[in-house]
Design a protein around this ligand. Sequence first.
Ligand code: FAD
Length: 518
Amino acid sequence: MLDTSCVDRGGVHRILIVGGGTAGWMAAASLSNHFRGKDCAICVVESDLISPTGVGEATIPTIRGFNSLLGIDERDFIEKTDATFKLGINFEDWLDDGHSFFHPFSSYGKRFKGIDFHQIWSRGGIAGIDLPLSEYCLAVKMAKLMKFTQPRSELGDFGYAFHFDANKYATYLRDYSLALGVTRIKGHVLNADVNHEGFIQSLNVDIDSAESETKLAKLKASEILDKGLLHADLFVDCSGFKGLLINKLQRKSYLDWSHWLPCDSAVAIRSKGDAVLRPFTRSIASSSGWQWQIPLRNRTGNGYVYSGSHESREDAENRLLTHIGDDVLSEPKHFSFKAGMQSEFWVNNCVAVGLSSGFLEPLESTSIALIQSGLSKLLTFFPDKNWNQCDINEANRQQQIENERIRDFLILHYCLSKRKDTDFWRDITSIVIPDTLQHKVDVFKSKGYLVCYDQEPFERASWLSVLTGMGVQQSGIDSRANGLSDAEVSAFLSVTSSKVAAQIERVPLHKDFLRMNF
Ligand code: FAD
């Protein structure tokens, strides 16, 4: 017998997810966990004809919250996805050739007498203390020395994320979802039947097979699966860049941000693993964009994100191959995209999650985090059959603001560069940036205040790293820091840097930490 106690039979209880990439299986895992033990049928349909994008290999710390909500054991996850730890991103050659800075998932030092640490540090500069800000951050020190440990109270508070094999992560979540009663349908969606009110009724699918782990799951799936037609109440579009369903319903045009973020192409290649096993992603500014290097346990993910109007596909591929050298393990894989987002990721009974909802280049590894936050909004505003438009509007509003915050953060990396060596860098450093970003830069330049708007995925410390990393200097400082004496500032800074120096001694190399613990 099905348990019908928790879900109203007139409610939304048949969910069809289209797409079996990272977004599709994250959606399945999240929804099956949420509706665990309830009368809800969830199916994922994925096509053998279209492979998942599979290059989302670097994450930000929110991924840990997602896994933990699912009850996933971190050790098991690390072992099954070839994961390594990520303390942040090292940005090389962004400000100028030979210059680098680190963006850690961590703050710098602690507040003193209620004043932000970086203001005390700036005050220290006036007193002649010239230790760089990074010396006050354990996470940056660990990264520089290729070390890693998980944060414990005496080692300060820092965040971490993972690098992992995207295909293995999708498989991991697929197994998790199937165990919770999700049915996997192998088939190709041919078209969608949309009623006159703009709601999807069913999908016409060329089905190869359906896989359910239990009789109950099979029974539930029969509520969705009707020969070649798939019926559902709610459709989650995880079909990748093409946005198979959302683009059928979308009434408004795509929010195109390519004038601010002109990189529209990428090429990715796998190479042999690196013995050093860096606990961070490398982002290296290049001729018409930037290259990434992501260390996994057994191999390295490499890519070049570039502007197709400034460099040809062949030149981009050669540039990346030259950079990798002899260690290539895979054929180059090419991608094209347009920076921006669907103006509404949720329309009627269709919610777009993942690449179908938009894409901002992977400079700060934010796409998987946006999948998470899209799913979180779906659960927060989970609909009934009244489809309350005010809830849908609020979810759309939040999603747009969040994307805009990330967009501004990404632009910040480019607009302050001093590089003028190619047309790409000359063009990108002369764009007019969004007012929301200009305001943040101006306020920081004035007295070092870090503006934080609502729905900011990145904390103030992240903004501080990139602002200072890209050479922005405060012309004044917080008046309260100004009021401190040289002696108390010097004593406070010295205690902080000594603590970091003492702590770093006890941290093992990242590769040893992995070997000893996983
Ligand atoms: P996809 O992986 O493209 O999956 C689409 C699915 O839809 C597939 O299973 C396909 O079979 C199915 N499908 C399509 N059409 C049909 C149909 N007609 N019928 C049935 N099924 C269909 N994100 C990060 O967080 N960190 C990163 O470091 C990062 N790097 C990236 C680098 C590049 C170059 C790119 C392009 C993206 C990167 N991303 C990154 C984004 C990340 O790859 C995606 O967010 C993630 O892979 C999710 O993709 P998806 O599941 O939405 O789409």
